[in-house]
Design a protein around this ligand. Structure first.
Ligand code: IMP
Length: 439
């Protein structure tokens, strides 16, 4: 095992979203997977929607690591992922239909908490019940599944192989779920026997895929393999560090990569934060730089800003350097990957949020108290847009001067270099200024 203090040989990169999710991580993971031996999911569940374009065909992955389309790349689902098995098998089937064979290179931790239909029913009933106070969740049962995990009543993937105990533990969990569904929310209960039968019917197909992910990561580390940890959602949606309560229920910061997979800290070389060249958010909650004008509609249109999981329209706004700088600190981010630069082609002038007006004064850090955050009025710095197109540009020198100046300004404000700039949805529409797996 590598010594804690000697990270010169570390070959693990963590890639996380540094905004409110939907930063385009799927494409970047798919791109970087070409240079690595394994990709690991460590948190979230099928609330994620990672869009990957493969041989001209668009594919949205919710649970499978986005490296799965690269033959030869091992894909691991760590203990931190909340696993909805019907979606897992549906995605497996769909990649097999595209001629991708995951046999012998896809493994799932037995410690993943399972998501059941009652978690989804609870998530949806709660949102209905909350009315205007809703979070705007994806309705995938993520919150209730992580609640069960923290309350130590989750049923985990490995339990499927002891059917009698599985039925007993599932019945106990569903007993509580159904009590809440019927008595508190006035919603339909979920039939425990039907769920148990349906899940146990998947056990045989799951069995060969179950492996000790932490042990596998140790082996990969010992062999000096390059491993990419694929975050879902983004730091601003982190359960502790995000815009609580308008967050998801997992740790989206880089530390989540360790807790959610069992990897050794010394395996990590660098954390790359993915950001859009502007900002989007889906669901409820404060969003200081949100635009409700024609510019916002233009970003939504040009950026095709609707959710990959729920199809909901995303809220759009200017790049918020305060939010990203805070996310970089909390997420241990060492460099940026800036996506969707091309969406800003022709937008003139451009604005970047450099601080907030709040409580009668100006601040350049996010207020600690969330009720203050909702009151923040952004302070903007203005820049000229650029003429010409950045779409598909692959070399930094070929970008219009104004686009380079914009990226350099974001780097200066956030205090981090942009090692990758994405100029279109396809793998090759990318400028790699420094490859994270080099150096
Ligand atoms: P949940 O994760 O379904 O509980 O939703 C909680 C919040 O996280 C909501 O605002 C969702 O819109 C947001 N969210 C969850 N997953 C994603 C994602 O993959 N991209 C963007 N937002 C997400």
């Amino acid at each position: 095992m590598t010594d804690f203090r000697d990270q010169t040989t570390a070959r693990g990169i963590v890639l996380i979203g540094a905004q409110w999710g939907d930063e385009g991580k799927g494409k970047v993971v798919d791109l970087l997977a070409g240079r690595c031996d394994a990709v690991v999911r460590f948190q979230g569940g099928h609330n994620a929607g990672h869009t990957v374009i493969h041989d001209g065909e668009t594919m949205v992955l919710h649970l499978l690591p986005s490296g799965i389309l690269n033959p030869g790349v091992e894909c691991l689902i760590g203990n931190g992922v909340a696993l909805y098995l019907p979606q897992f098998f549906k995605e497996l089937e769909s990649i097999r239909q595209r001629g991708v064979d995951p046999a012998g290179r896809l493994y799932v931790s037995p410690d993943c908490p399972l998501i059941f239909p009652s978690h989804m029913a609870l998530d949806q009933a709660r949102e209905r019940h909350a009315g205007r106070g809703r979070i705007g969740t994806t309705g995938r049962g993520i919150g209730p599944a992580y609640e069960d995990k923290a309350a130590r009543r989750a049923v985990r993937a490995g339990e499927l192989f002891a059917p009698r105990a599985f039925r007993r533990r599932l019945a106990a969990a569903l007993d509580l779920h159904n009590f809440m569904l019927e008595k508190y929310y006035g919603a339909e209960p979920v039939n425990p026997k039907r769920v148990a039968d349906e899940w146990l019917a998947m056990a045989d197909e799951l069995r060969p895929l179950v492996a000790d992910v932490a042990a596998r990561l140790e082996t990969l580390e010992t062999e000096g393999r390059a491993v990419l940890f694929e975050g879902a959602q983004g730091v601003m949606l982190d359960i502790d560090h995000g815009t609580y309560p308008y967050v998801t229920s997992s740790s989206t910061v880089a530390a989540g990569a360790l807790a959610g997979s069992g990897a050794h800290l010394a395996q990590l070389r660098e954390v790359v934060g993915v950001v859009k060249a502007y900002t989007t958010r889906v669901g409820e909650g404060p969003f200081p730089t949100e635009l409700q004008d024609e510019v916002g509609r233009r970003l939504a249109r040009e950026g095709a800003e609707w959710g990959a999981t729920t199809g909901r329209a995303r809220r759009c706004g200017w790049f918020d350097a305060v939010a990203v700088r805070g996310a970089a600190q909390r997420g241990s981010i060492g460099s940026l990957c800036i996506t969707k630069l091309d969406v800003l082609d022709g937008v003139d002038p451009l604005r970047i949020c450099t601080g907030y007006q709040v409580d009668g004064g100006k601040t350049d850090v996010r207020p600690a108290l969330m009720n203050r955050y909702a009151e923040c009025v952004p302070c903007y710095e203005q820049m000229d847009g650029w003429g010409g197109s950045t779409r598909g540009v692959t070399r930094w020198e070929d970008l219009p001067q104004g686009a380079r100046a914009y990226i350099e300004r974001l780097e200066a404000l956030v205090g981090l270099e942009a090692c990758i700039v994405s100029t279109g949805p396809a793998r090759e529409e990318t400028i790699i200024r420094r490859h994270p797996f080099d150096s």
